[in-house]
Design a protein around this ligand. Sequence first.
Ligand code: HEM
Ligand code: HEM
Length: 241
Amino acid sequence: MLLNLKDIILLLHPILACTFVFPVIGIVSYFAWQTRQRRLREGAESKKIPPTVGREHVQLGNLLTAGVVGITLVAYAYSVIFGFQGFLMQASEGNLDWLRVGLVALMFAVTIASLVFLYQAHNRIWRGVFATLTGIGIVVLGFQPGVFRRDDEWYVSHFYYGIVASLLMIFALAIVQDIYQDRTQTWRRVHIALNTVALILFLGQGITGTRDLLEIPLSWQAPAIYQCNFDSNSPDFKTCP
Ligand code: HEM
Ligand code: HEM
């Protein structure tokens, strides 16, 4: 087999995105559209839409938040260990800081626990607290060494799109009760606007993710590939020895 264990672990995140997260995005969007059409009674067909579509949108929305935050954490776990300047590279250079390893592991645990508590919290303040903690975890872990952010081309960065999409999913989960309780429909409008953006970001994730996958060499080919010239200011840009 051409893949080493490291390559297989790298594939876990794209596999989960393609087989689980993207199908769920499709179903959530379908029910979102039905919920809206039913509420506004748009079109002759809308009278046939069952009253359960709103609840089904939310149930699958819950699953979507878990899925998106989950695959983001899977990507981080790979990157902080195997990524450029990640733990393995730090260890081979003799400057691995075990305190940092411990803190990162703790941060993973706190982020997952906060999300679990967010699902259970009913009180508004606690929902705010756990959503904030989950979001902080997603951001802090994202800025650890090893995570590839594409800072110089942030506008086409899989990392920045992904982090914003993850935060939007956490926010959607946090305001579910507000959407239902708000008579003025303000939270509903906020939700629609933000999650339309999220939908566009998900499209971007499909594009930037497949691009990144194409750019990353197989682990045993990497030593040869990284001798090539990646510096766009150099006259030998895009050439290999
Ligand atoms: C791609 C992601 C999503 C999109 C595009 C989306 C979009 C929408 C739309 C268009 C509506 C109908 C609004 C209306 O009545 O006019 C809606 C309702 C709602 N959404 Fe989402 N949403 C998404 C994800 C989520 C998530 C992750 C959650 C929470 C976990 C969520 C919770 C809700 C709730 C509570 C409602 C009100 C449902 C009802 O009236 O029964 N949504 N959403
Ligand atoms: C909802 C969809 C997705 C989200 C929220 C998401 C999020 C992320 C995040 C936050 C990272 C962290 C960057 C890093 O660890 O270096 C990442 C890495 C990665 N993702 Fe995704 N992703 C999604 C879909 C995809 C898809 C569909 C593919 C490919 C088919 C993909 C391929 C990758 C690859 C190869 C990496 C590691 C390499 C890199 O850092 O660029 N992702 N993803």
